[in-house]
Design a binder for this molecule. Structure first.
Ligand SMILES: *Cc1c(COP(=O)(O)O)cnc(C)c1O
Length: 358
């Protein structure tokens, strides 16, 4: 594989305009001037790694991703530290997970080093877009899709890998505000043998109607249940879930193949163990959650993922029933502060999770 080539954007965004965008970046609406791209064909493998101007993709209307959704993606952040340097968090874990997802979707695997280099190359040219405000970061979105123009049903022979970047503010906005969660009784997210453990667009497409139902009922997110075990909880549409007990335990649903293995999830588990909490990965039912909150054994509940980091779950709405409510607890706050501190360079990175991008 040759080195990345670089085609500079003919009219990059002016620094003053970037500064204007970074004042209130929002989430996923503004994109940097460049994109990293690598092509793949069955015959030649991965070729032509490059950084080129950001812009619309020309795609044949028969491109199989548009018909059969052969696609996977990743989500990560680049943080600006106080000295101006830029770091990302556990990129080798994202590289490994993208390959796990790719195998499930019959897409080609991408070398871990090449994945990391694609991030380095993109951030190197667009580093002015990395915000420095509290809770802000440059969101990186690597993705891979079937670009071959072919309507037959088989794994595509032509694939495109890309990385785009978007400055991101505080996901749920402002301070830690507990969210209301809707329990989905009409829809499941994943079933054994399905694609639940892969980060693929189809899982999200299938969850939108449940998300809509949640919004109609005044909730911000959906909690999906295990389709096989009555009332066992799995995860939110794009975040993993944790419960904190009053006797120093941290509970989270175990990975059975239907839950997406969050990198935030695994980092939270490590940080919890570091502080002496006992972590239990096992089946957790809504009844246990309900009873625990009522009798005081469950003191905090939170969700986690790259975009929002850690968000306390206030209320759980299950049809007409509202399952007890907890505020932002001490453990939730402490783990969030520590994780965000590591990511932004104010807390020692004792696990070697940071990777310098520039
Ligand atoms: C991405 C994602 C998560 C969170 O993973 P992180 O690596 O922590 O960002 C959780 N659940 C689903 C379904 C996801 O797609």
């Amino acid at each position: 594989m040759t080195a990345f080539s670089y085609t500079e954007h003919p009219s990059p965004t002016a620094l003053e305009q970037i500064a204007e965008i970074l004042k209130d970046p929002g989430f996923g609406t503004n994109f940097t001037d460049h994109t990293a791209v690598i092509d793949w064909t069955l015959q030649d493998g991965w070729t032509n790694p490059r950084v080129e101007p950001y812009g619309p993709i020309s795609l044949d209307p028969a491109a199989s991703v548009l018909h059969y959704a052969q696609e996977v993606f990743e989500g990560m952040k680049a943080y600006r530290h106080a000295d101006g340097s830029i770091y990302t968090f556990r990129p080798e874990a994202n590289a490994a997970r993208m390959n796990t997802s790719a195998r499930r979707l019959a897409l080609p695997e991408l070398d871990e080093q090449l994945f990391i280099e694609s991030l380095e190359q993109l951030v190197a040219v667009d580093k002015a877009w990395v915000p420095s405000g509290d809770g802000e970061a440059l969101y990186l979105r690597p993705f891979m899709f079937a670009s071959e123009a072919f309507l037959g049903v088989r794994p595509a022979h032509e694939v495109s890998y890309r990385v785009i970047a978007s400055p991101a503010g505080n996901y749920f906005g402002g301070e830690l505000k507990p969210v209301r969660i809707w329990v989905s009784r009409d829809y499941v997210r994943a079933a054994p043998g399905g694609t639940g453990a892969a980060k693929t667009g189809g899982n999200y497409a299938g969850s939108l109607v449940a998300q809509q139902q949640a919004a109609d009922n005044g909730c911000q997110q959906v909690l999906f249940l295990d389709p096989l075990h009555e009332n066992a909880i799995e995860e939110l549409g794009g975040m993993n879930v944790f419960l904190v007990t009053n006797d120093g335990r941290l509970l989270t649903p175990e990975l059975t193949g239907t839950i997406l293995e969050g990198i935030t999830r695994s980092s939270v588990i490590q940080l919890a163990k570091d502080r002496g909490l006992k972590v239990e990965e096992r089946r957790i039912t809504l009844d246990e959650w309900d009873r625990g909150v009522s009798d005081g054994t469950i003191t905090e509940v939170f969700a986690c993922g790259t975009a929002a980091v850690i968000t306390p779950i206030g209320e759980l709405v299950d049809g007409d029933k509202s399952i007890a409510s907890t505020g932002t607890g001490e453990v939730t706050q402490a783990i969030r502060d520590e994780l965000l501190g590591i990511q932004t360079g104010t807390v020692e990175d004792r696990h070697g999770w940071l990777h310098k991008l520039g």
